[in-house]
Design a protein around this ligand. Structure first.
Ligand SMILES: Cc1cc2nc3c(=O)[nH]c(=O)nc-3n(C[C@H](O)[C@H](O)[C@H](O)COP(=O)(O)OP(=O)(O)OC[C@H]3O[C@@H](n4cnc5c(N)ncnc54)[C@H](O)[C@@H]3O)c2cc1C
Length: 313
């Protein structure tokens, strides 16, 4: 119950313009500022530097330019061009060719056909450069449109792309059947958004049980699945299930977010598992940052400390 309350609280705070402008002023301005724990930088250069450091630790990565719903098709086209620039920069920098994006950045709220066109523009260039593109999953009103757009590009022959399913949603077992039938890659997460009772489990133990069930289906019937969680119990359950079924360590991967449980990330690499870090960057970091606070209210302590230290400095 507490987890539901704190999520709602932080989602309400995320809508506050005052808080956003305060956080934006202080969150990233120094190398020690509080939001830097979760955000790799505001510029692509900073993100590339962070990626190089991640790779030297034996970790895999996926780069994400932060940003959510755009309000015009011109903005969606600009976000698309931006991603094309990121792809080129990744090639020039020689870092791993893997990006994540959100379809509302490409216009999903405005025009589904235009969104698919924008996505295809990115996938064309990415395919030529041997990239993998992960479509993040947003909150429940977008799930149908996201899966439909994904299936459309998949059936057009773009297979360098995968989706995300959220164990908190009642529908995800069915969605997993649909994606498995295509033979496409899934990243399994618990779900970062505050969702209504009608569509989502409200208790952590239910979300965790669903995660464990979906993990088992993915490992037995999925294609190179990604288990994206910082939850040691879910990670241990995955390792145990894979070992019991004789599924090799390179047949799946773990994923975690930049700045979260670096100790666990290192331990998995050390034990021979494939471990990918999701590296977010950009100036539009506030909603992402607030979701991270909502997941673990203890994070608020270090943020407040950071604000006070930064203002005093
Ligand atoms: C690579 C990756 C990609 C993701 N993509 C999506 C997506 O496309 N759509 C989506 O809805 N969600 C996405 N998420 C977020 C996900 O849905 C969860 O909100 C998030 O991972 C927290 O859940 P958990 O599985 O870590 O488990 P929890 O039960 O929330 O946490 C387990 C433990 O992990 C640690 N932990 C978790 N979160 C934090 C935090 N913010 N700060 C510090 N410690 C923390 C704590 O020790 C906690 O006890 C993604 C997560 C990852 C790792």
């Amino acid at each position: 119950m507490l987890d539901t309350v704190s999520k709602s609280f932080f989602h309400a705070l995320a809508a506050s313009g005052t808080l956003k402008s305060l956080a934006s002023r202080y969150g990233m301005r120094r190398s020690t500022s509080f939001a830097r724990r979760f955000i790799a930088g505001e510029t692509l250069d900073e993100a590339v530097t962070a990626c190089r450091e991640i790779q030297t630790r034996g970790l895999l990565l996926t780069l994400d330019q932060l940003g959510e719903s755009v309000t015009s098709l011109d903005e969606a086209a600009a976000a698309t061009r931006n991603y094309l620039g990121i792809v080129e920069r990744i090639i020039a920098a020689g870092i791993e060719r893997n990006v994540s994006l959100k379809l509302t950045q490409l216009g999903l709220d405005l025009d589904r056909a235009a969104t698919v066109d924008n996505l295809r523009r990115i996938l064309d260039v990415a395919q030529r450069g041997d990239f993998f593109v992960r479509i993040d999953m947003e909150n429940s009103p977008y799930v149908d449109a996201t899966l439909d757009a994904f299936e459309t590009v998949w059936k057009l022959g773009y297979h360098n792309v995968g989706v995300v399913l959220q164990s908190c949603l009642h529908r995800s077992a069915q969605d997993l059947e649909r994606v498995n039938a295509l033979g496409a890659r899934v990243r399994l997460v618990k779900g970062a958004y505050k969702e209504p009772r009608a569509v989502a489990y409200q208790h952590k133990h239910e979300v965790d049980e669903a995660f464990a069930r979906l993990m088992q289906t993915l490992l037995t019937a999925g294609r190179y699945p990604a288990l994206a969680t910082h939850d040691v119990r879910m990670i241990d359950a995955t390792k145990a299930f894979a070992a019991e079924r004789g599924i090799p360590q390179d047949a799946y991967e773990f994923q975690m977010l930049y700045g979260i449980r670096r100790d666990l990330q290192a331990a998995l690499v050390e034990a021979g598992y494939r471990m990918r870090v999701y590296v977010p960057f950009g100036t539009e970091w506030f909603p992402y940052f607030m979701r991270r606070l909502g997941e673990r209210p203890a994070n608020v302590g270090f943020v407040l400390k950071g604000i006070l230290t930064d203002r005093g400095a």
